[in-house]
Design a protein around this ligand. Sequence first.
Ligand code: F0G
Length: 486
Amino acid sequence: MTNQSNAIKFYSGEQIPVEQHKVRIVQKLFLRPIEERKAAMEGAGFNTFLLNTKDVFLDMLTDSGTNAMSDNQISSMLQADDAYAGSQSFYRMEEAAREVFGKHYVLPVHQGRAAENIVSQAFIKQGDVIPMNYHFTTTKEHMELNGGKVLEIYADDALDIKSSKKFKGNIDIAKLNAVFEKYGKEKVAFVRMEASTNLIGGQPFSMQNMRDVRAVCDKNDTMMVLDASLIGENAWFIKQREDEFKNAEIKDILLEMCGYADLVYFSSRKVSSTRGGGILTDKNEYYLKMRDLLVLYEGFLTYGGMSVREIEAMAVGLRETCDDTVINQSPSFIKYAVDNLDEAGVPVITPAGALGCHVDAMGFLKHVPQEQYPAGALAAALYIVSGIRGMERGTISSVRDENGKDILADVELLRLAFPRRVFTLSQTMYVIDRVKWLYDNRELIGGLQWVEEPPMLRFFMGRLEPIGDWTEKLVAKFRADFGDSL
Ligand code: F0G
């Protein structure tokens, strides 16, 4: 059935995202008392990446490698063909990838950033620029390691927190033309479009925007690269928000999107609810540029650093990306959370996008200066009061300039990821409830400062501490309001 939305109209008139699946394997969760959560946060250096999941109630850190797998995926893993070269598992996955993405050459890699490494090494020269809708953390590092410079050319209003704009992930075409004029086409390594643009709140681009970008690339004889890690959700938004596609099948939207790109790469940890990743192209010349790097960094061409079991599950997962009820489950729960929080006055990115609910930490914690990392402080505070683990996407995830000064992020976000088909609606209601409580008690929350700061990708392993005794005050207020409750 096409156009099957999870949102079901209730007798009350409300649209509720009813699960279109049943739960057959479960994992026990632990909700620790708030005092233990505070101690766990201290042990983790106020960095949610460093928490142990035994102390986490709802793990909303990411959807990467944490989406629920289907019964068909799990059962496919039993027929995996272990072989260093020529594994049938690979050929089954290759066939599925060709079918879904519509490209001939399929290069397997162990995860998305491995694809970024190979694409960057193969196509970026010292001094090149790479225009894109927005960067992703690992993407930018790989491009810069290879001598490239990232240029973000989103529309002027793309970073507005409260917005009714349907496609905040669009590339601004006038700015793209200006890049070619300024640098000349020889300096533009390629144009990159990231589906459901991660760091600006999972915001999609439109098909029309892809067509316009393609036209600019054609005019300048430049390659267009698509990061398809969240392509299913972007396709869903195109179907919902772009009139021309309201009756289109997701599989046709996906094929049209990929058709505009010369090279498509993805993290399978997201798109197919497995692990791994891949790179696709139709051009033999591009394939040859990447092939030997792949063997060097990832493994032989028929496994690319992945286990054959994952490759089998990936084949099934890629095909399931064409199922409306699979790809709209996460966006429909995100919309439920975003709409409820927005209604309660909590600053969240609107319209609801893919991947997660994004809370605007600068709007939430107006009294915490950006130099004291409001998004990191909010992530720590939410964990302490709820056991919910989110991810800081703000200045902690940024870098320092050559003078050692923080480059303040454009937006300070607390991302609460909704991995596909993992959480139930009552758990989602718990998230909304605790975020609302925290918002009403936001004055209690203070900032953070570094204790240990790694020089690269510091958000992964860095350790911080609270400035002052705000965590004690937060715990005391929680106990006053909730008594003995967890
Ligand atoms: N591209 C995008 C758009 C991503 O969101 C990610 C990962 C990658 C590339 C890298 O893929 O993790 O398989 O190496 N995003 C994860 C996240 C980490 O939590 O948003 P990877």
